[in-house]
Design a protein around this ligand. Sequence first.
Ligand code: HEM
Ligand code: SF4
Length: 532
Amino acid sequence: MTDTATTTTSLNKFEKFKAEKDGLAVKGEIEKFAALGWEAMDETDRDHRLKWVGVFFRPVTPGKFMMRMRLPNGILTSSQMRALAGVVQRYGDDGNADITTRQNIQLRGIRIEDLPDIFNRFHAVGLTSVQSGMDNIRNITGDPVAGLDADELYDTREVVQQIQDMLTNKGEGNPEFTNLPRKFNIAIAGGRDNSVHAEINDLAFVPAFKEGTGEESSQSPIFGFNVLVGGFFSAKRCEAAIPLNAWVSPEDVVAVCRAVLEVYRDHGLRANRQKSRLMWLIDEWGLEKFRQEVENRLGKPLLPAAPKDEIDWEKRDHIGVYKQKQPGLNYVGLHIPVGRLYAEDMFEIARLAEVYGSGEIRFTVEQNIIIPNIPDSRLATFLTEPLLERFSIDPGLLTRSLVSCTGSQFCNFALIETKNRALGIIKALEAELILTANVRIHWTGCPNSCGQPQVADIGLMGTKVRKNGKAVEGVDIYMGGKVGKDAHLGACVIKGIPCEDLQPVLQNLLIEHFGAKPKQEALVTHWSIDHN
Ligand code: HEM
Ligand code: SF4
């Protein structure tokens, strides 16, 4: 328990219910809940504690729950994809799934009476949804092309799995880490392009070489990671992660995760949930004291950070066909519009991964998929598959980088509809404009910022605005987010644009700041050249 939690007399309601009964306790009560039905369940169990097993009550669709999985490094097998598809299929038109910006998947339409069967199905294929919501550690992200990319510095797959196994007791649930002050994000970058957005995680590891010291000084540089801490977004405050001034070897990553999490669990601020993410503790203590406490938990000193990290590429999006480091094999990135999948898509993706690849499927933080291990000899046929007409390997330059949170279709916090609107506006803009480079547009339905508008070239945050005396759906516009090397967060530049007036505003921004040209003008120019 925390200093704050034990000494504060008026605990906030979340700390209270966690103290009364640990969230993970619901794991043993699933059969009981299934028999009771959602309406008769204890409200705190239903609305909150079920999130400890990845089951989310959704006030927008009462009785139809959302399930959030854990997919370490965003990797799954075709049989796991089929199991997920089978669960979603059960719910017909209401059943679908969203790939998330943590290389994860959320399933929709789940009924409480089906949970025992669903958990059995997951168990059979090695899937878990444990500790994926509320005050737990979210899906751990890793390099989406780990083990495939000839230019990678470190294959992140194993260490990401080890961290998940440690934190969740191999997916069975680990009470040591089920009562953090708040949610917690961990990312491990393995390449030069920071494809996990290290800077927006509470704890991130970025590749860095350390010169050999002392007796080792004649040796070549040693590979490891510089550690970043405290990155987070919230409605009130957004911070990029800051250097902990620590370099760790790959063998120490799991232990450092444990040490940081123990410090956060035992000392993180719990009185006010608006001020309980890790950065608030670092603010209160100062970085030096925080680093010292991490060392104490680790039981050995941390080495100072390497003077520079290896993040020196622009961020890749992995859409398209790429040679793997394994001769004769390719990975293909398919664009999934706003990450939305239906059961038949999921079955088809599983089939393609098996027929053409090794059965493996990966998710990216841009809500897209990668199918790896496709031999040269099978590539041409793969590219003729009908699914690729919808899930393109060469989408338009705005569509390509579009990201969106759930929005009002399923999320009760949403102030606006996001996914469908995002797709509609992008399509219209692509029809009107000639673009020379992709522009990363992120939509988020409310200030909670799950869609990360702060990392986008153009970020759109849902809000309510007044137009002709009426409250209508609108957005605040963010710009200047930079990912990859020299990543930094964007800021709000325009406030309160009604969504129905947004398209021309975006068109102007794209022309003025991103080199887009109106098609009409291009046609006129072309015409006049022909006639001169
Ligand atoms: C108080 C603040 C927040 C609240 C109340 C909140 C709430 C939610 C809810 C309700 C969902 C599920 C919606 C659905 O699909 O039905 C969600 C998903 C998600 N949120 Fe947030 N959110 C918050 C802050 C953030 C922030 C700051 C980020 C990161 C920038 C974030 C990242 C995500 C992601 C990635 C998902 C998809 C699930 C996953 O992969 O973990 N959220 N959030
Ligand atoms: S940003 Fe808001 S609307 Fe979008 S998923 Fe998060 S809480 Fe829901």
